[in-house]
Design a protein. Structure first.
Length: 401
């Protein structure tokens, strides 16, 4: 395993147990492995904390209760159970709210596709209670974004921050989703018009995925969802952008592959190649296979393992995965990781160009620091490098001192 080669030795028994429990299928071999691990002394506080931070409490609780519940301390099992049922109730409320939002969009003829959240839990795990999520991700076509936002506002949602017309036009071009929170504070909606930021993968255009939508059942109602092939690519690109900092994202890939055994792998590979996301796909599949035992077709596995860069990136992910911090540790480290994800030299150069353009694009920071009328909006392009120089110059100076 890449994990065993990563040099991470602290809490090894607990991590082995966590990985063994983070799957839907508990076959005889895995159940025996869990039983063997439970005979060791377990740091249950570490296991509980790590399960929560990596979003896998539902899977861990399900696995432990179905194998050796008597081997788990009563207090720990109670905490897992309480968290599981609280998460299940929250997910049901999120699902109900999602269906309401989709009905509003449908009534106003706004096409919308939910992804991640309840729809992913239902289509991949078969139960919305078996996945942790804290918001609702909904994709709408670019031309319907403003209308969709207005509909959400009419239903009690409040944008994260107000925008003028000129600011909104710039935001729609340089960003990929709005954050809107309900006035009761309980529901956060990420309204997407792209899957990931344009600078990260400009060819991963959301419009490409509308061709292959499939109906799924969610809460007793039929909703549209991405095809398994497109969903796999989306999950791998998202996980790669976030540097696979949470185990739940690797679980999503492993379970998706396990559920859809008749996946059209040729289409997946061809699509990833055309969209410049081949190495991101390979990294997600490598982690799912190596850490969680996801079964891949022999040809796909050989291709994935044949890329030395994927193995190197996999080791980096494993070295950070259980070190207590699930967020990237710095801009430079994250940038270098993202550079290594590029499939060829031209893609690497193009990414650097897009990233530089994104960095120099005015953001909420400038708009809030110096509110200006829309007539003076071009001045923000002058202000942006000045503010960046001040912020990072001071940080660099402090490090030198």
């Amino acid at each position: 395993m890449a994990f065993s080669d990563s040099g991470v030795t602290g809490n090894r028994t607990e991590i082995d147990l966590l990985l063994s429990c983070s799957r839907m299928s508990m076959n005889a071999e895995r159940a025996e492995r869990v039983g063997t691990l439970l005979r060791n002394e377990i740091d249950w506080e570490y296991l509980l904390h790590t399960s929560i931070s990596h979003g896998v409490v539902p899977l861990v609780y399900r696995s432990l209760t179905s194998t050796c519940p008597e081997a788990v301390p009563e207090g720990t099992m109670r905490e897992l159970r309480d968290y599981f049922y609280a998460n299940a109730l929250r997910n049901l409320l999120f699902t109900r709210e999602l269906l309401k939002i989709l009905s509003y969009f449908n009534a106003h003829r706004v096409p919308a596709v939910p992804f991640k959240g309840p729809s992913l839990a239902e289509s991949v795990y078969g139960d919305v209670s078996l996945r942790q999520f804290c918001d609702l991700d909904i994709l709408v076509p670019r031309q319907h974004v403003v209308r969709a936002k207005e509909i959400l506002i009419s239903q009690g949602y409040v944008p994260e921050f107000p925008l003028t017309r000129t600011q909104e036009a710039s935001y729609l071009e340089s960003h990929y989703h709005y954050d809107l929170r309900h006035s009761d504070g309980r529901t956060l909606v990420e309204l997407h018009w792209r899957i990931v930021p344009k600078y990260f993968s400009s060819r991963l255009d959301a419009e490409r995925f509308w061709e292959y939508l499939e109906p799924i059942s969610l809460g007793g109602k039929e909703v549209l969802a991405f095809s398994p092939e497109d969903l796999l690519l989306i999950l791998c690109v998202h996980g790669s952008r976030e540097r696979w900092a949470r185990l739940e994202w690797i679980c999503d890939v492993a379970e998706l592959v396990g559920v859809h055994k008749r996946m059209n792998w040729q289409r997946v590979m061809d699509r990833a190649r055309r969209l410049g996301s081949e190495r991101m796909l390979f990294l997600g599949l490598f982690l799912a296979s190596d850490l969680l035992g996801a079964v891949l077709p022999e040809k796909v596995l050989r291709t994935v393992q044949g890329d030395p860069a994927v193995k190197s990136l996999g080791r980096q992910v494993c070295e950070r995965l259980f070190r207590g911090a699930t967020a990237p540790s710095g801009h430079l480290e994250g940038l270098l990781f993202h550079l290594k994800l590029r499939d060829d030299a031209w893609e690497l150069i193009y990414y650097c160009f897009r990233y530089a353009c994104q960095v120099m694009t005015p953001t909420r920071l400038e708009w809030e620091s110096l509110p200006l009328p829309d007539f003076f909006f071009p001045f923000y392009y002058v202000l942006r490098p000045v503010m960046l120089a001040g912020r990072y110059g001071i940080e660099l100076w402090n490090r030198v001192l």
